[in-house]
Design a protein around this ligand. Structure first.
Ligand code: DIG
Ligand code: MN
Ligand code: MN
Length: 388
């Protein structure tokens, strides 16, 4: 039996806002006392995490005095040094303060848009100071409840203007920093612009410095849109844009549940871990999730350990799947090829097209081929159930 102990090389990270979530929800106040950033780092050190991430105001309250900021930073850095926990990612809170009630970069008020740029530049400075190499943008308020208020084309142009400005800022400061854009279809806004990872991938291509910008897909957010998360990650990975990932879990058709990784959809979690590990994904495995509201801080530690254990168990199951002879013989069979069609693939030529138009196909013979997908999926399920 493998012991599923998290190690630094697994690059498991949590945001301060995840293990520091005090259990507040739209229908109830906090159920846990707030912990300081330094104490949250120590909690993450205790459970074996690799890194901690933060929004600017998770770490430094928005109205902190310079003296208070220095004291918080001193304590935080001390806890990082004590535990060996690192800071791979930082981000900006552009959604809590009332000023962002109608968005930040896409707000109709130019003062809000300018303030959002200022806040983000300052937050980037803070993140870089603490070692972040990835900077996430989640536009929680970049949306609307009615399209009477804003032309969505204008919103997209404002988003692009902000991204281009901030990419130039990072280049001007010579920071070793890449941006990762995180999509969500709705909540807290009625609809959020650039609502899925696919939208973000298209948006990135319209930027002045697309090479600096990738995506940070989140399980819960793509599931809220009713999408296959693994396919979105595959598209991001295949285009070299999977700069970061937010792991959690989510029942389809619900509000953003941010459940412990693997708590709901074990099969899709399995295929996700297999995709990441088979393709040697080397960035953070960030659990953007939180414990049930029912939990005390021992429960929060159970939550954090559960995220990491489930990932490692599924990583072992993926290796088991890759090594299973019966599975691999079916995989080989369904991909078997006599090479007779190779003449038609690859770069186009008029000769190829002419020859292909002359090719005769025995449609019923081809269609009659059994594919053994039921057997293959059952074997997969049996690995997940521990029956193989
Ligand atoms: C929510 O899923 C968002 C915010 O928590 C944060 O900006 C981002 C970073 O993971 N995820
Ligand atoms: Mn979420
Ligand atoms: Mn997230």
């Amino acid at each position: 039996m493998t012991n599923y102990t998290p190690k630094p090389e697994h690059k498991f990270t949590f945001g301060l806002w995840t293990v520091g979530n005090t259990g507040r929800d739209p229908f109830g106040g906090p159920v846990r006392d707030a912990k300081s950033p330094a104490d949250l780092v120590r909690l993450l050190g205790e459970v074996g995490a690799y890194g901690v991430n933060f929004h600017d105001n998770d770490l430094i309250p928005i109205d902190a005095t310079p003296t208070e900021k220095d004291a918080i930073l001193k304590e935080f850095k001390k806890a990082l040094a004590e535990t060996g926990i690192v800071v791979p990612m930082a981000t900006t809170n552009l959604f809590t303060e009332p000023i962002f009630k109608d968005g930040a970069f896409t707000s109709n008020d130019s003062k809000v848009r300018a303030y959002a740029l200022q806040k983000t530049m300052n937050a980037i400075d803070l993140g870089v100071e603490l070692g972040a190499k990835i900077y996430v943008f989640w536009g929680g308020r970049e949306g609307t409840e009615t399209d009477a208020t804003k032309n969505p084309i204008t919103a997209i142009k404002r988003s692009r203007e902000a991204m281009n400005f901030l990419c130039e800022y990072v280049k001007d400061k010579k920071y070793d920093l890449k941006f990762a854009l995180e999509a969500k279809p709705n909540e807290p806004r009625g609809d959020i612009y650039n609502s899925t990872t696919g939208h973000m991938l298209a948006f990135i291509n319209t930027l002045d410095h697309p090479e600096m910008v990738g995506v940070n897909p989140e399980v819960a957010h793509e599931h809220m849109a009713g999408l296959n998360f693994v396919h979105g990650v595959a598209q991001a990975m295949e285009s070299g844009k999977l700069f970061h990932i937010d792991l959690n879990d989510q029942a389809f058709g619900r509000y953003d549940q941010d459940f412990r990784f693997g708590a709901v959809n074990l099969k899709s979690a399995f295929f996700l871990v297999k995709m990441l590990e088979d393709n040697k994904y080397d960035s953070s495995r960030h659990f953007d999730a939180h414990a049930y509201r029912t939990e005390d801080y021992e429960g929060v530690k159970d939550f954090a350990r559960g995220c990491m254990r489930t990932y490692l168990i599924l990583k072992e199951k993926a290796a088991h799947w890759n090594a299973d002879k019966e599975i691999q013989s079916i995989v080989a069979e369904i991909n078997a090829d006599d090479g007779s069609m190779n003449q038609y693939f690859g770069k186009y030529s008029a000769e190829k097209a002419k020859a292909l138009q002359g090719q005769v196909f025995d449609r019923s013979a081809i269609a009659g081929r059994g594919l053994k997908y039921e057997k293959l999926d059952q074997l997969t399920v049996e690995i997940l159930l521990g029956a193989r």
